[in-house]
Design a protein around this ligand. Structure first.
Ligand code: HEC
Length: 100
């Protein structure tokens, strides 16, 4: 199983953004599905779609929540979601969602 995942990540790597690893991002995205949908299209109209969004924008947005630069009632929902993510995790998530 681990070997299969590793091979899958090698196969997916060329299609991913240069900055991040989409397969690794997908593995981190389990907690995002409740609000942003299984394929990055939100089922809740007041939550944003992420699928197909530009990776650099997604990265900047996630870092802004994590680092407290995006604030407000909705941003308060996002901050705990990204609080424990490293820059690498964020780049991987951005590569995953931009590729959907
Ligand atoms: C509890 C619901 C919830 C969960 C879970 C959640 N988000 Fe969000 N997310 C939101 C809301 C609400 C916003 C809009 C916040 C605002 O108005 O700034 C948002 C915004 C974003 C944005 C910015 C979109 C844009 O167009 O500016 C990104 C990127 C994002 N979320 C990524 C993630 C990722 C990655 C995860 C999982 C690690 C995640 N979110 C988990 C609710 C959630």
């Amino acid at each position: 199983m681990r070997k299969a995942l590793f091979i899958a990540s090698l196969l997916l790597a060329p299609a991913a953004s240069l900055a991040g690893d989409a397969a690794a991002g997908k593995a981190k995205a389990a907690t995002c599905i409740a609000c942003h949908g299984a394929k990055g299209i939100s089922l809740i109209p007041i939550y944003p779609n992420l699928a197909g969004q530009n990776a650099p924008y997604l990265e900047i947005a996630m870092k802004a929540y994590r680092d407290g630069q995006r604030t407000g009632p909705s941003a308060a929902l996002m901050k705990p979601m990204v609080a424990a993510l490293t820059d690498e995790d964020i780049a991987n998530l951005a590569a995953y969602y931009s590729g959907l």
